[in-house]
Design a protein around this ligand. Structure first.
Ligand code: 3HC
Length: 325
């Protein structure tokens, strides 16, 4: 098995920063690469916040926190990943973008470096095929929030070598995670089952089966889920869920992966980088953020924090303008 000491993480978003944290926590040296300084700053802030809470709760000393942060190097330069034994890519679910990155990394890194993708819906082989190291290429799919969720899906393509697979599997275990092996099919195990469930919740809402609150409550109290489907959709991100659903629909051409008609509108602001992404649920944090939605067409000029979420949901389903504000 290959010896892993330094790990490169590409992308410092929600998943990338969480991955960097758990990898550094396990004692590895980490190099995190982003395309803009503000994304690096955001990633560092997220990790620092998590660790500060751990110190406050007495789970970690201030020295341990400083040491852990000291193991993470932040960079805008792809070349800084040259010394990594393993590179974990956690960038946006965009195949051409990922392929471009892998082509560059393949040119840059020594042949022994193993590449893994944290993709949630693309096939790993679609990325591995643009490199000359398909045998040293696998998938490692983490779950949000990465420091908390125990599962990691280890994805083995038809070309992943036995040695790479075993190295990556053991690496996941060394992070304190519980790995499962999944075939290189879009969505692997979890999203294959989870996405149709989340999309069905939207369909149930559209069909008037229940309100956002009641559907969430039903699944939490009836099935002991930690979050209802709408809270989970907001937690994963409507834009991310929408991207994943579309990729899986393209792959399987099965109705169960087709985003419901309205979900496109719901995720529209996030996809276009507009103002705060819409959401089904009003969390306490969101409730504090006062937003005014104005719509000349239907007169939905209201303070968001004055509306119960079911009413906002109702209004959003009928008023595309609300998604824009
Ligand atoms: N990052 C790090 N730690 C977090 C966190 C975060 N974002 N959110 C919560 N935690 C920690 C808290 O610090 C707390 O730890 P402590 O008790 O040691 O202090 C612990 O988690 C519990 O947190 P809370 O008491 O605040 O809240 P909950 O008990 O409700 O737990 C939750 C929060 C763990 C997020 C829980 O609600 C949960 O498990 N939800 C479901 C999450 C889920 O399904 N994730 C998978 C999404 S699918 C995915 O990621 C795949 C992708 O491809 C789409």
């Amino acid at each position: 098995m290959a010896n892993i000491r330094t790990v490169g993480v590409v992308g410092a978003g929600l998943m990338g920063s969480g991955i960097a944290q758990v990898v550094a926590q396990a004692g590895y040296s980490v190099v995190v690469r982003e395309v803009e300084q503000r994304f690096l700053d955001k990633g560092l802030k997220a990790i620092d916040g998590q660790l500060r809470r751990a110190v406050e709760k007495g789970r970690m000393s201030a020295e341990e926190k400083a040491k852990l942060l000291g193991r993470i190097k932040w960079t805008l330069n792809l070349e800084d990943l040259k010394g990594a034994d393993l590179i974990i890519e956690a960038i946006i679910e965009d195949l051409p973008l990922k392929q471009e990155l892998y082509r560059a990394l393949d040119r840059l890194c020594p042949p022994a470096t193993i590449f893994v993708s944290n993709t949630s819906s693309l096939t790993v082989m679609a990325m591995a095929s643009v490199t000359d190291r398909a045998d040293r290429f696998a998938g490692l799919h983490f779950f949000n929030p990465v420091p908390v969720m125990k599962l990691v899906e280890v994805v083995r393509t038809i070309r992943t070598s036995e040695e790479t697979y075993r190295t990556v599997f053991e690496f996941a275990k060394s992070l304190g995670k519980e790995p499962v092996t999944a075939k290189d099919n879009s969505g692997f195990i979890v999203n294959r089952l989870l996405l149709p469930y989340l999309l069905d919740a939207i369909r149930a809402l559209e069909a008037g089966v229940g309100t956002v609150e009641d559907i969430d409550k039903a699944m939490m109290l009836g099935c002991n889920h930690p979050m209802g489907p709408f809270t989970l959709l907001d937690f994963v991100g409507l834009d991310t869920s929408y991207f994943i659903a579309n990729i899986m629909f393209e792959e399987y051409r099965e109705q169960r992966y087709a985003p419901p008609r309205f979900s496109e509108r719901w995720s529209w602001p996030a996809i276009t980088g507009g103002s705060p992404a819409g959401g089904f649920t009003i969390t306490p944090a969101r409730r504090r953020r006062s937003r005014t939605w104005g719509c000349d067409a239907c007169g939905h000029a209201r303070q968001a924090n004055m509306l119960p979420s079911s009413e906002i949901a109702e209004a959003r389903l009928t008023c595309p303008e609300m998604n824009r504000s």
